[in-house]
Design a protein around this ligand. Structure first.
Ligand code: FAD
Length: 374
């Protein structure tokens, strides 16, 4: 127990030092894809994309709670930079959930490497929250699958070496079955869009990926036939407290920036913090940040202890994303005219907060999951 606490403390200190360096780096590259790749590699060199991958596969083999605390620390120190490694971590979850053969084991080892960003391709123009309605297909041809379809809003789309692709196998008869496939990004028939022009998300790339008759051997399918929906749900459940941890780090940072400004800035002869309208809101936000932290840590402890965690994971993501939005919005108000015209850290958090609302399911999706467990 004492050993775990010491190694957790050491990891958090290392993450704090790393985030300080990342925060201080100027954003000089004009090429977004190259910049995203360089940022990814900086995180991957420290193993932050592979914290939960077992050591036997080349990962750090950390417990879930320590991983969350490290992600919170990184997000506090360098807000908005964690999307790419976190997405590869999600892909690793998918592989671990559906692992059945040597191809899958090799894929996990590849993902644990320092130069192999991954992306998951689920969402489509007409399939967002309702993932069962995807139209990408995987048709059986002999011992292969042939994948066709277009995926959108894919983080890491232009830097990924591996895609985890969700596609429906058309049935000979009966119901369509949803499945996940490991797809090497260099296969013929794959093309990626230019990175989207995004509001916020300046440190990464996101775009569409088109699969046109992409042929893969059948061993590249993860899990049993028809297991894609469950596999994705399990991955989301495990990933949500980690996304929540990242939201908590950014919310805490927004709060600290607001507090700092409320001390420095005086109006009507008093520091802003001395107005009750300001101090009460700060007190409320501090309470919400703390509650969000307890929620994500509880969900991760449940994962570590093998207890049910689905509801706790959704509560954590729901509460943390709402808290981040509230903290960032209030922070923008506090800074007043300083947010006009210049790029501030608060503005980065504010835009990122909006994106964090949708990642791993919107607030309404979390409400649906929580309601289904009551
Ligand atoms: C920053 C970011 C990164 C992402 N990364 C990836 C990625 O890497 N790979 C990938 O495949 N996808 C990714 N996504 C897509 C993400 O999973 C979807 O945005 C999400 O599932 C919501 O789908 P949608 O945006 O189409 O919204 P919709 O499903 O169209 O929902 C729009 C609104 O309607 C609400 N709504 C929908 N259904 C219901 C209902 N039944 N009851 C009540 N309200 C409802 C939603 O809560 C939302 O507010 C990413 C999204 C974002 C914003």
């Amino acid at each position: 127990m004492a050993e775990l606490a010491t190694s957790r403390h050491r990891m958090i200190e290392q993450a704090r030092a790393f985030a300080r360096v990342m925060h201080g780096l100027p954003d000089t590259s004009a090429d977004r894809v190259e910049a995203a790749l360089m940022l990814y590699r900086a995180f991957a060199r420290k193993g932050y994309h592979a914290l939960l991958i077992p050591e036997g596969y080349g990962g750090r083999g950390l417990d879930a709670l320590s991983t969350g605390m490290v992600y919170e620390t990184l997000s506090y120190g360098a807000p908005g930079t964690l999307h790419a490694p976190l997405t590869t971590a999600h892909c690793a979850f998918m592989v671990m959930s559906g692992m059945q053969n040597a191809v899958h084991e090799k894929t996990l080892k590849t993902l644990a490497g320092k130069l192999s960003p991954a992306a998951f391709c689920l969402t489509e123009e007409s399939a967002g929250s309702d993932i069962a309605s995807i139209s990408t297909t995987a048709r059986r041809q002999g011992g292969s699958f042939v994948i066709s379809g277009t995926k959108s809003i894919v983080i890491n789309h232009a830097i990924a070496r591996t895609f985890i692709v969700f596609a429906a196998i058309p049935p000979a008869r009966g119901r369509v079955s949803l499945n996940a496939f490991v797809v090497n990004a260099s296969l013929p028939g794959i093309s990626v869009s230019e990175p989207y022009n995004t509001l916020g998300f300046s440190s990464g790339v996101m775009g569409s990926v088109r699969f046109e008759n992409v042929r893969i051997p059948e061993e590249f399918m993860l899990g049993e036939p028809g297991s894609g929906y469950l596999l994705f749900m399990e991955t989301l459940d495990r990933g949500r407290p980690l996304v929540a941890a990242s939201c908590v780090g950014e919310a805490h940072r927004a709060l600290d920036l607001a507090i700092e400004h409320s001390r420095k800035r005086s109006q009507f002869g008093r520091q802003l913090k001395d107005f009750q309208a300001v101090s009460f809101t700060l007190a409320e936000l501090a309470t919400r940040v703390h509650a969000s932290r307890l929620l994500y840590q509880d969900a991760l402890m449940r994962i570590d202890e093998g207890r049910p965690f689905t509801m706790g994971a959704s509560m954590a993501k729901f509460h943390a994303a709402e808290t981040l939005s509230a903290a960032a919005s209030f922070g923008m108000d506090m800074l007043g005219s300083r947010t006009v015209g210049t790029r501030t850290e608060m503005e980065r958090i504010f835009h990122n907060a909006h994106l964090m609302q949708a990642i791993d399911g919107t607030a309404n999706v979390q409400r649906m999951v929580i309601a289904s467990q009551l």
